[in-house]
Design a protein around this ligand. Structure first.
Ligand code: SAM
Length: 238
């Protein structure tokens, strides 16, 4: 997938508006769609972040802050920042932090394609379920690498098409038909949960993502599939 010099304002704006609309039902939808498994995937990513050199961690496209909270829980000594361009999602995240009295975790507004951080500001930069939403995937990955210290970790978690064709067909049927129906019923937004399977269909394979990570200057890239092969957790060294 080609990089673009800047993100397309129309796509970025449509994505931001969509997440702002579903923000209050986002967590519930995740739990319903995944049978609660999404927390385990984030814990796995947080486990990988614990292996990064000492220093702050950025959870990019933090949304309602679940990954940032998982990182704080796994590594209580680290400062964690969560950035997202949807104020609506961050508002839900902030309420969660207050309710759970989470400290040393700051949420802020930022665009993943033009991060307001200096080079090497973080020991680890992570994202969960962001990459499919970017029109400039390569640019987004390059920004993640840029703000990571040399030797630090870039970690991404995203939904991918299963490698096994038969299971892929079952997953496709669930994702294309059942998920939009749940989205209409629970989040009152069929469109957002129709966009979700479409974005997975259009997304790169785990091997292609690893190649792009290498292209932007990351090394020693590894990935593993989770969630019956539907989730890819990539780790690269900056
Ligand atoms: C599927 S949600 C994932 C939220 C969270 N990471 C999680 O694990 O639940 C995608 C998030 O990416 C954010 N996002 C999409 N494009 C973005 C961009 N260009 N810059 C910052 N945030 C972006 C959306 O606002 C949304 O909160």
């Amino acid at each position: 997938m080609a990089a673009s010099a800047t993100s397309s304002p129309s796509k970025a704006e449509a994505v931001r508006t969509m997440f702002t609309h579903i923000a209050r039902r986002y967590d519930l939808m995740n739990s319903l769609m995944t049978g609660g498994r999404h927390h385990a995937w984030r814990r796995k990513a947080a486990e990988s972040a614990a292996g990064a050199p000492g220093g702050p961690v950025l959870d990019l496209a933090t949304g309602t802050a679940d990954l940032a909270i998982a990182v704080r829980a796994r590594t209580p000594g680290r400062f964690v920042a969560g950035a997202d361009f949807s104020e609506g999602m961050l508002r839900v995240g902030r309420a969660k932090l207050r309710e759970r009295r989470v400290a040393r975790l700051q949420l802020l507004v930022a665009d993943a394609q033009a991060l307001p951080f200096r080079d090497g500001a973080f020991a680890c930069v992570m994202s969960a379920f962001l990459l499919r939403n970017l029109d400039g995937l390569e640019r987004g990955l390059a920004e993640m690498r840029r703000v990571t210290i040399p030797g630090g970790r870039v970690i991404t978690l995203d939904i991918v098409r299963p490698a096994q064709p038969l299971w892929g067909a079952v997953f496709g049927a669930y994702f294309n038909h059942v998920v939009p129906a749940i989205g209409a019923l629970v989040a009152g937004n069929r469109q957002a949960y129709t966009y979700l399977p479409q974005s997975v269909d259009r997304f790169v394979t785990p091997d292609e993502l690893a190649e792009l990570m290498e292209k932007v200057g990351l090394r020693d890239i590894t990935y593993q599939r989770l969630g019956l092969g539907t989730i890819a957790l990539h780790v690269g060294i900056a």
